[in-house]
Design a protein around this ligand. Sequence first.
Ligand SMILES: Cc1cc2nc3c(=O)[nH]c(=O)nc-3n(C[C@H](O)[C@H](O)[C@H](O)COP(=O)(O)OP(=O)(O)OC[C@H]3O[C@@H](n4cnc5c(N)ncnc54)[C@H](O)[C@@H]3O)c2cc1C
Length: 383
Amino acid sequence: MSISQFKYSVIPEEAEALRADVRCFLKESLENYPAVKKAHSWMGFDAQFSRQLGQKGWLGMALPKQYGGADASPFARYVIIEELLAAGAPVSAHWIADRQSAPLILRFGTPAQKEKYLPPICRGESYFCIGMSEPNSGSDLASIKTNAQRVDAGWLLNGQKVWTTNAQHSHYMIALVRTGSQAESGRHGGMSQFIIDLTLPGITVRPIADLAGGEHFNEVFFDNVRLDADALIGEEGKGWDQVTAELAFERSGPERFLSSIALMHTALALIGPRPDALQARDIGRITARLLTLRNMSLAVTQQLVDGNNPAWAASCVKDLGNVFEQELPETLQLLLEEQAQVNGGSDHAQVLAYLTQMAPSFSLRGGTREILRGIIARGLGLR
Ligand SMILES: Cc1cc2nc3c(=O)[nH]c(=O)nc-3n(C[C@H](O)[C@H](O)[C@H](O)COP(=O)(O)OP(=O)(O)OC[C@H]3O[C@@H](n4cnc5c(N)ncnc54)[C@H](O)[C@@H]3O)c2cc1C
């Protein structure tokens, strides 16, 4: 692997043409939306907003038309999500379904699973969560213990997941669980993925409060949950390979460097058109880094279009992007007199307070910095 993975890539004209419409829609829809809510970015939940996006045809865009998609290129989807994130739109209701679950179901699902799950995702009516992490199994995902055993015509599920974003709002979880023993199947064998209907008896979802007082993620318990045979997605025992493919979708998008962008908006509004020398220097530096990250992320999108596996390049984008979005609150704080303020205060003070509290999590979610750097080092032949 090398820098050659990042070929300069330009958004095609037909995808770029969508931008004006999305901007116009967002200007109207978010006119009275508070700045601190915009800072929630892709963690902001609004079911009605997601349904509106579905009606506009802006969800599941890269899916085939037969399932309610637009058969559009990944670049078209890129334009839409870039505009949504830059505006701070509340997209978390449909976010995981659109980004991760739908491509996974399209790739590994049976025709019946595609018919059942994809159209409501495209309409913005069906929400998914990701059940990978467990107590003591985060970075070392292969050590998961939640298990499904074959019974009658289906499966019996027992165990626990943790840090499951939006489980309390989701209709389904796509979970990685053990279906065979590690001793017999090897470290990465014996795992399978299931689409779990979260209304089934035996499932308990318990929210966990985060540092800023929000409840985004959850503990999820499975106590003798009966799953039908068609809850299995893909091949039994191939869960690890499927999850690895899924993670490339999770690591390369603009959400991996735009999480603090609301603060840029409030800071620029306060600084105005005549920055002093220090402000001008730092705004220039931030903008240059942002453009570089965007070009890297577009290069990954081009790889998806070309049918290549962008897992290594996506890890680079996520790591560098997380560094950028974590540094932004501190850099911008130094440019203004405004102090962070949790309640009350200016838009900037509130957004600064929220992002200062949330920024440490940016390099944990979706795989920690240390794990990503291990992947990058392996790709470079350093380990
Ligand atoms: C906001 C947020 C949302 C999340 N949403 C979800 C979700 O929806 N679904 C889900 O399944 N999970 C989710 N997670 C969990 C996330 O994927 C895990 O937290 C992450 O994979 C790390 O696992 P861990 O917390 O068990 O930490 P550990 O694996 O225990 O790691 C602790 C520390 O040790 C370091 N470390 C571990 N192993 C190594 C190694 N081999 N080399 C060097 N350093 C190492 C890690 O980098 C980390 O700094 C979310 C997390 C956050 C913060």
